[in-house]
Design a protein around this ligand. Sequence first.
Ligand SMILES: CC/C=C\CCC/C=C/C(=O)SCCNC(=O)CCNC(=O)[C@H](O)C(C)(C)COP(=O)(O)OP(=O)(O)OC[C@H]1O[C@@H](n2cnc3c(N)ncnc32)[C@H](O)[C@@H]1OP(=O)(O)O
Length: 303
Amino acid sequence: MAAVLRRGAKFISFGSSQLLPGGCKHGRTSTLSFFSSSNRNSSSSSKIKVDLDGSTGIAVVKFQSPPVNSMSLDFLTELSISLEKLELDKSCRGVILTSGQPKIFSAGLDILDMYGKNPEHYAEFWKSVQDIWLKLYSYSKITIAGINGSCPAGGCLMAMTCDYRIMADDPRYRIGLNETQLGIVAPFWFMDTIVNTVGHRTAELSLQFGLMYSPSDALKIGLVDQVVPEEKVLSTATETMTQFMAIPDHAREISKSMLRKPTVDRLLAFRDADTKNFVSFISKDSIQKSLGMYLTMLKQRKV
Ligand SMILES: CC/C=C\CCC/C=C/C(=O)SCCNC(=O)CCNC(=O)[C@H](O)C(C)(C)COP(=O)(O)OP(=O)(O)OC[C@H]1O[C@@H](n2cnc3c(N)ncnc32)[C@H](O)[C@@H]1OP(=O)(O)O
């Protein structure tokens, strides 16, 4: 598989296809609150920063894992803990996921966790990927993705688990499930998630070609719900959150759960088989070779 790069346009290609044009170089308080009792509460682990405004009930969860917020085992573990705490916190009604890194929402799964490791590591990593998807796809609180940068593969999956997606209008940013372009296959629950988001036909084309969409194209197919100037991503997310919050929580929550439960149940039913499948697939020499080449290409594409 030949890796080709056109640095100027930031196109990365594998074989003859475009992979990903990136855009850069890189209120109420509760006794259950895990934050302090003041109205604005912050907590920060090394890769995830949480700001909960007790007066609005809105938490901003910011990814701060330089350079590209790749979803490593550590990142996923810290995110999972933060989400779990917020879900238990009665003063929180909604969560905005966004990035603290310039021009990148998340580069997707950390390829270093899928390359050159042993089967036990792959299994542990994959369970943590499943865990974050299960948690977010069945999250009882309102979730909004403030997509302020490129968002390939696992990054796109994470955004799609949210109830609403707002993307910055920078034409250099891209979003999509590009797995086939890396020579890998998105698992069935990635596929279910995109089908539920954009519909079957669009998902077929999107997945087979590994398409990465500009913000305006993503809006056209319904992969994102709104495109706004970058500086307005967070304020628009907050306004949208207020609209969601006007709906009684229990009715909204039950509706969300009824719509998503069959998809969640499918992964739960096949979780072990899915893990075994991932471990066996990723351990193959041919796949390791492809990932190794892809990593080398990413590293070489420095100015
Ligand atoms: C049976 C099922 C089997 C398998 C299913 C697996 C499903 C997989 C899902 C995934 O999410 S795979 C990951 C897909 N992600 C990508 O393809 C994105 C690759 N990255 C890029 O295109 C770009 O890095 C960018 C996100 C557009 C950012 O560009 P920028 O120019 O800003 O940064 P740069 O390319 O210089 O990267 C900086 C630094 O980060 C490293 N990097 C980038 N992405 C990843 C990643 N996903 N994992 C690990 N590391 C990553 C890159 O190598 C550079 O490292 P360096 O500084 O050491 O050189």
